[in-house]
Structure formats: structure tokens, C-alpha cells
Design a protein around this ligand. Structure first.
Ligand code: HEC
Length: 130
């Protein structure tokens, strides 16, 4: 047997002995996508994180805890304006990001975030947009 084969066999043995460890490592990797990267990919194509400008969607500066549909100078849908007496609490943001049209029928925002852990991380991140 040459040296390479021995190495391969040793790795196979190690994986066979610790399949659970390998699985845990994979899960950790999936959840370890930094929230800044998630936010960049999933949100910042349509939203600015600072006061200006409004892009396809309204800017998200200070949106956490603020009244719904209250960013300056943005033409909201009637669907979101109908919610204007409510605030963007964590629960409301979670519901909106889960299924925008269920939370605010008629909203112009199409994308959603199916993964609960990702929603939570994104909402935490939005608290910091001041
Ligand atoms: C394809 C474009 C697009 C993407 C991507 C997108 N949004 Fe939106 N978003 C919109 C639009 C358009 C609105 C305005 C909705 C309306 O007026 O009904 C909106 C509205 C919002 C609002 C309400 C703001 C307010 O002032 O009341 C929040 C909060 C929000 N988006 C968060 C997010 C987050 C977080 C992400 C990423 C997970 C995201 N959006 C991704 C287009 C997008």
C-alpha cells in the first residue's frame, strides 16, 4: 500500500468513527453565515441601511421600533400604509419577513426569509441600524 492510500483509509476510518461530529460541524457552518452577509445579499439590493436614499424599498435606518410605513419620502403601498398605526416590533418584523403578503395584504415587498434563525439574526441586525 502506498502512503496516499493509507491516508485515505485513515480519513475514512476517522469519519466512520465520528459521523456525528462531522454532522455537527456541517450544521455549524450553515448557521455561521455572518448576518452582515445575509443582510447584504437578501435585503440591501432593495434597501439602504442608512438614511438615504430610498431605493426600490424604503431605507431601513432606525426602522426597528418605529411606526410602520413611516420612512420619509417613500411611496408606500396602500397595503403597508394600512398598518401605519402599528410599530415594527420584533414580532411584527418576524411576521412580515415570513410572509409579507400575509402580514400586509397588498404590500409591494415580495422577498421573504423562510429560515427562522436567519429572520431572528436579521431582525437583531436591524436594531443596530441607527
Ligand atoms: C426586491 C426588493 C426587496 C428586497 C430584496 C427586500 N425588500 Fe423590504 N421592502 C421592499 C419594498 C418595495 C418595500 C415597501 C413595501 C410597501 O410599500 O408595501 C419594502 C418594505 C420593507 C419594510 C417596511 C419598512 C417601513 O418603513 O415600514 C421592511 C422592515 C423591510 N422591507 C425589510 C426587509 C428586509 C429585512 C429584507 C431582507 C430580508 C428585505 N426587506 C428585502 C422591497 C424589498
Amino acid at each position: 500500500m502506498n502512503r496516499q492510500r493509507i491516508t485515505v483509509a485513515a480519513i475514512a476510518l476517522a469519519l466512520a468513527a465520528f459521523p456525528a461530529a462531522a454532522l455537527v460541524a456541517n450544521n455549524a457552518q450553515a448557521q455561521d453565515v455572518p448576518v452582515t452577509e445575509l443582510f447584504q445579499k437578501k435585503c440591501l439590493t432593495c434597501h439602504s441601511p442608512t438614511a438615504a436614499p430610498n431605493l426600490k424599498g424604503p431605507d431601513l435606518k432606525g426602522v426597528f421600533g418605529k411606526s410602520i410605513a413611516a420612512q420619509k419620502g417613500y411611496a408606500y403601498s396602500d397595503g403597508l400604509k394600512a398598518k401605519a398605526s402599528m410599530k415594527w416590533t420584533a414580532a411584527n418584523l418576524d411576521a412580515y419577513l415570513t410572509k409579507p403578503k400575509d402580514f400586509a395584504p397588498g404590500t409591494k415587498m415580495i422577498p421573504s426569509v423562510g429560515d427562522a434563525a436567519q429572520r431572528k439574526a436579521i431582525i437583531e441586525h436591524m436594531k443596530g441600524l441607527k
